[in-house]
Design a protein around this ligand. Structure first.
Ligand SMILES: *Cc1c(COP(=O)(O)O)cnc(C)c1O
Length: 425
């Protein structure tokens, strides 16, 4: 395929935007080459500025679970825009989306809307600290919770793709309050809890991890965290920015059968517009301003365009929960197909999958945490990524990212994708 115009646009972008992109993982640094500039997209397909058509396995990094330019969402946004794009005053649609979200997700009474997953996680931790009166948090190596200071300690996603898990600019003072545990290792958590008795406000995690590739919680891991939190008076925070409204109507809480104390959302909840949110039982949310003393605010929070996209998206998912089953079946089909081809070609690999999240790791060890994910062969990954791209399949440009299937993908698309794997190796 030819990417002349993309490369020219990237050269121009680099003159005015650091690295040419507004979010690092878009830059292809982990796989080499220039990023592709997209012109438009519909359903499961991206159309780039050079006229190539690509089958999309990123779906804007998760939000577009029903495919690109999904009509009910687009129509809702267009109609709303005609009536004004922002007021800085309450609107009815905020309550409508709040009510729907609360009805779909277990164990939450109230929800506060923000503009990104980063903001949601940052605000949720402040609320947890304000509620418990404690400072420290436990996070897991390889889990990504957005780019705010407290979380850039061994974070996943772009932060590891670029080899800077501990970003310059994060102060020692901030870093000392973030304690680091190992995913799927309850002992590592218990040891931190024992060493910091009475000082821990929250344990935060991706209940199914997606930012070190897809990593599935092993039996008893999340249940064990719930027990530790309940016993020690620590709040359990589920970062469901990726899993929320993707693993089912009730997200990972429902899929795993474990309740968190505060849940954070982003991605699907905005239907492709900038929305994040955090939610909890009324008693916890009562600590948030203006009801309580924990401050949090936003000029564009609850923006009518963003709310209309989110409401249209969640309404679809509420009315058609069979979408989640259909997506999981498609993902399983893809898993089996890719595994068969790689095995036949003698390529060492692991495939992790949960619902519509999946990732391929080129290693012979099970991938259960950050250090096993980091052992993947990146040269093989690069060959895979670029080979698939040459065959019209757009995968995440880093081994530390999950794919996100959209229900717009047909079985013909999946077959084409599986065939492409055979051509690469
Ligand atoms: C994407 C993501 C975030 C950050 O959300 P942004 O909207 O990019 O700020 C946080 N947590 C998880 C699990 C994510 O996947």
């Amino acid at each position: 395929m030819i990417y002349q115009r993309s490369s020219a646009l990237f050269a121009e972008a680099k003159k005015y935007i650091p690295g040419g992109v507004n979010s690092p993982v878009r830059a292809f640094k982990a796989v080499g080459g220039d990023p592709i500039f997209v012109k438009e997209a519909k359903g499961a397909y991206l159309y780039d500025v050079d006229g190539n058509q690509l089958i999309d396995y990123i779906a804007s990094w998760g939000p577009l679970i029903l495919g690109h330019a999904y009509e009910p969402v687009i129509n809702a946004v267009v109609e709303k825009a005609k009536k004004g794009t922002s007021f800085g005053m309450p609107t009815e649609i905020e309550t409508e989306l709040a009510q729907l979200a609360v009805s779909m997700v277990p164990n939450i009474d109230k929800i506060r809307f923000v503009n990104s997953g980063t903001e949601a996680c940052m605000s949720a931790v402040r609320l947890a600290r304000g509620y418990t009166g404690k400072d420290k948090i436990i996070k897991f190596a390889g889990c990504y919770h957005g780019h705010s200071d407290s979380f850039l300690i061994q974070a996943g996603s772009g932060a590891v793709t670029f080899g800077s898990p501990n970003s310059p600019g994060v102060t020692q003072g901030t870093a000392k309050d973030t304690l680091l545990a190992t995913y799927n290792d309850l002992g590592s958590v218990q040891a931190l809890v024992d060493a910091n008795q009475g000082e821990i406000a929250a344990i935060i995690l991706e209940p199914v991890a997606g930012n070190m590739g897809c990593i599935v919680p092993q039996d008893g891991f999340v249940e064990g965290l719930r027990d530790i939190c309940t016993r020690e008076g620590i709040l359990l925070l589920f970062d469901e920015v990726m899993t929320g409204f993707r693993l089912g109507r009730g997200g990972a809480q429902e899929a795993l059968g474990v309740n968190a104390d505060i849940v954070m959302f982003g991605k699907v909840i905005g239907g492709g517009l900038p929305v994040g949110a955090f939610a909890a039982r009324a008693e916890i949310m009562a600590h948030l301003a203006p009801e309580g003393p924990v401050y949090q605010a936003g000029t564009l929070s609850g923006n009518p365009l963003a709310m209309s996209a989110g409401l249209a998206m969640l309404t679809e998912l509420y009315n058609r929960p069979e979408v989640f089953t259909s997506l999981a079946e498609k993902t399983e089909y893809l898993h089996k197909g890719i595994a068969e081809v790689l095995t036949e070609k003698g390529v060492t690999h692991q495939i992790n999958r949960f619902g519509s999240m999946i990732s391929v790791h080129f290693t012979d060890e099970p991938v259960v945490d950050f250090s096993s994910a980091a052992k993947g062969n990146n040269d093989m990954f690069k060959k895979y990524f670029h080979g698939m791209l040459d065959n019209g399949v757009y995968l995440p440009p880093s081994a530390f990212e999950s794919y996100f299937l959209s229900d717009a993908l047909s079985y013909a698309d999946l077959d084409k994708t599986i065939e492409a794997v055979g051509k690469v190796f």
